[in-house]
Design a protein around this ligand. Structure first.
Ligand SMILES: [Zn+2]
Ligand SMILES: [Zn+2]
Ligand SMILES: [Zn+2]
Ligand SMILES: [Zn+2]
Length: 317
């Protein structure tokens, strides 16, 4: 589905010897994904850790092939992911993973009632097995304890990247080196400015509802996506969230600092932080206000005719 960000550019001409940051105008996009009520994030609720701390030494160094073999015994017959603690079996001893279990009324292997029988022996074995990362087919060679698996996979460099456009219904997934190609082909209307010091001009900030403004900035051989999002986390209280994400990995992000600054009418509001990686995205940061946050009253102090200019400076860490 095409998700147009109808943006126009007004680039101030460069004057020799003087530093005028370029100004890029970003027009708003209504964010259909955001409703008035705060959307719940699925950050928490990891599997509870297994109750038994006993470790078997089935897979000590040198036995990785037996560990791989053991890991295969934990395969869920429905989704082929691993069945990890807490491990429950049907009355005939068949295992199915927790996610599939919730959708089933009988055992997928023998049709017996799904039951609630805990298999503590398998849980103990699971504690000693090293499982391959979910993205092993993409090249990740890590073998992990089941308790570290989910954490690792969230940050795994081999996890596919999703489209970094906020609020977009775009479902694109791909590798990091394909992200810019995707943006230039599918999100043509996003303005890009060159330079470490630019002005991100959001137009029509008084539009009601959930709205996004997006712009790209290129400097230091990298592309950064500037996002301004307006939403209502609390009933009737609208806030703006401004943040920068690098089209890059977390390691690349750590090399930079971004500064966002509202400036004018004898007032200044600024925020400085490490850019997010598009691999982690901006939604979690916005939910936890880990970005430049201000409400509509503050925005009025800095806005000019319903347009808000945000100075964006990116520097090396
Ligand atoms: Zn499953
Ligand atoms: Zn069964
Ligand atoms: Zn991995
Ligand atoms: Zn996209």
């Amino acid at each position: 589905m095409e998700h147009p960000l109808p943006l126009t550019t007004s680039v101030r001409p460069k004057v020799e010897g003087q530093r005028f940051p370029q100004v890029g105008a970003a027009t708003p996009t209504i964010n259909q994904n955001l409703t008035a009520s705060p959307s719940s994030t699925s950050a928490s609720n990891n599997n509870p850790s297994p109750p038994c701390a006993g470790q078997l030494s089935l897979s000590q160094a040198g036995c990785s092939s037996s560990s791989t073999h053991l890991a295969s015994l934990f395969e869920c017959p429905v989704c082929f992911d691993y069945v990890l603690p807490p491990i429950l079996q049907c009355q005939n001893g068949h295992l199915v993973c927790c996610a599939c279990r919730e959708k089933l009324s009988c055992c997928p292997t023998c049709r017996a009632p799904i039951g609630n029988i805990r298999n503590l022996a398998m849980e103990k074995v699971a504690a000693s097995v090293h499982f391959p990362c979910k993205y092993s087919s993409n090249g990740c060679m890590q073998l992990l304890n089941h308790s570290d698996k989910i954490n690792h996979e969230e940050g795994c460099e081999f996890r596919p990247y999703s489209c970094p456009c906020p609020g977009a219904s775009c479902k694109w997934l791909g590798s990091l080196d394909m992200v810019m190609t995707h943006l230039t082909h599918s999100h043509k209307s996003i303005t890009t400015l060159q330079g470490e010091d630019i002005v991100f001009l959001a137009t029509d900030i008084n539009l009601p509802g959930a709205v996004d403004w997006v712009m790209m900035q290129s400097c230091f051989g990298h592309h950064f996506m500037l996002v301004l999002e307006k939403q209502e986390k609390y009933d009737g209280y609208q806030q703006f969230f401004a943040i920068v994400q690098i089209i890059g990995s977390r390691n690349q992000a750590a090399n930079f600092v971004y500064r966002l600054e509202l400036n004018g009418n004898k007032r200044r509001l600024s925020w400085e932080a490490t850019p997010r990686s598009i691999h982690e995205g901006v939604q979690a940061a916005i939910m936890s206000s880990n970005c430049l946050v201000f409400d509509t009253a503050v925005a009025k102090f800095f806005a000019d005719n319903g347009n808000l200019g945000i100075n964006v400076t990116i520097s090396l860490n």
